[in-house]
Design a protein around this ligand. Structure first.
Ligand SMILES: [Zn+2]
Length: 217
C-alpha cells in the first residue's frame, strides 16, 4: 500500500562536549572560539540533529547508522556532507524537506550573529529557500547561578535524636535528617563545600576518602 501521508515530522537532538580547539562549527558556519568540539567529525551539533530529524521522519535510523563514528572516512568530516547525503537518502524514497526549525542551546559562542549564515548554508545544502529553515538560539541557566548542594553532614546528636523521635511520634514521613531537624524549627547551616569534604555513601566514596587521606598525611 502506498504511503499516502502528506507529510512526516522528525526530531533530532545532539550534544557535544567542548575540548581543545580554537573554533566550533555549528550549522555549517565556522565560529572562532576558545574551545573546540570533541567529536569524530567536526561535531556540528545543529547539522547532526537536523540529519537525525530527517532520517527519523522516515524511520531510517539515525546519523550513526548511516555514518558510523568508527569509520575513518568521517574523521574530522565536514558535517555538511552528512546533510547533503540525508537529502539524497530521503529523495531516493520520494520525499523532500518541507521546512526545518532548529533550536541551538548554548551559552557561548553567541549564535545570534551567525544564525542568518547558518540558515543560508543549510538551505543551500538541502535545496530549499532560506525561509524554509529556521535557526533559533537560546541559553540555559547561567552557570554562575548554579550551585551544588551536598546534604548536611554534621548534626548535634541531642538535636538529631530529638528531631527523629519527634518525627516518629508524629508519624511524619521524613526523607532525611535535615528535614526532621527543620520540622523542629532547627535551621541547618549551609557552609561552603570543598572537594575533599565529601559525603560517604557508596564504597567508591570511601575509596576516594581513603585516597584523599593518604595524600594528606
Ligand atoms: Zn553529533
Amino acid at each position: 500500500m502506498p504511503d499516502t501521508t502528506p507529510f512526516r515530522i522528525g526530531q533530532g537532538f545532539d550534544v557535544h562536549a567542548f575540548g581543545e580547539g580554537d573554533h566550533v562549527t555549528i550549522g555549517g558556519v565556522r565560529i572562532p572560539h576558545e574551545r573546540g568540539f570533541v567529536a569524530h567529525s567536526d561535531g556540528d551539533v545543529a547539522i547532526h540533529a537536523l540529519c537525525d530529524a530527517m532520517l527519523g521522519a522516515l524511520a531510517m535510523g539515525d546519523i550513526g547508522v548511516h555514518f558510523p563514528p568508527g569509520d575513518p572516512r568521517w574523521k574530522g568530516a565536514d558535517s555538511r556532507l552528512f546533510l547533503r547525503r540525508c537529502r539524497e537518502l530521503i529523495g531516493e524514497r520520494g520525499w523532500r524537506l518541507g521546512n526545518a526549525d532548529v533550536t541551538i542551546v548554548c551559552e557561548r559562542p553567541k549564535i545570534g550573529p551567525h544564525a542568518a549564515a547558518m540558515r543560508e548554508v543549510i538551505a543551500a545544502d538541502l535545496g530549499v529557500a532560506a525561509d524554509a529553515i529556521s535557526v533559533k538560539a537560546t541559553t540555559t541557566e547561567p552557570r554562575e547561578a548554579l550551585w551544588r548542594a551536598l546534604t548536611p553532614q554534621l548534626f548535634r546528636r541531642g538535636g538529631l535524636t530529638r528531631a527523629l523521635e519527634a518525627a516518629r511520634r508524629a508519624g511524619t514521613a521524613i526523607t532525611d535528617e535535615a528535614m526532621a531537624m527543620e520540622r523542629l524549627g532547627l535551621k541547618p547551616r549551609l557552609v561552603e563545600g570543598r572537594e575533599d569534604n565529601l559525603k560517604i555513601t557508596t564504597p567508591a566514596d570511601l575509596a576516594l576518602a581513603e585516597f584523599i587521606l593518604s595524600r594528606a598525611f
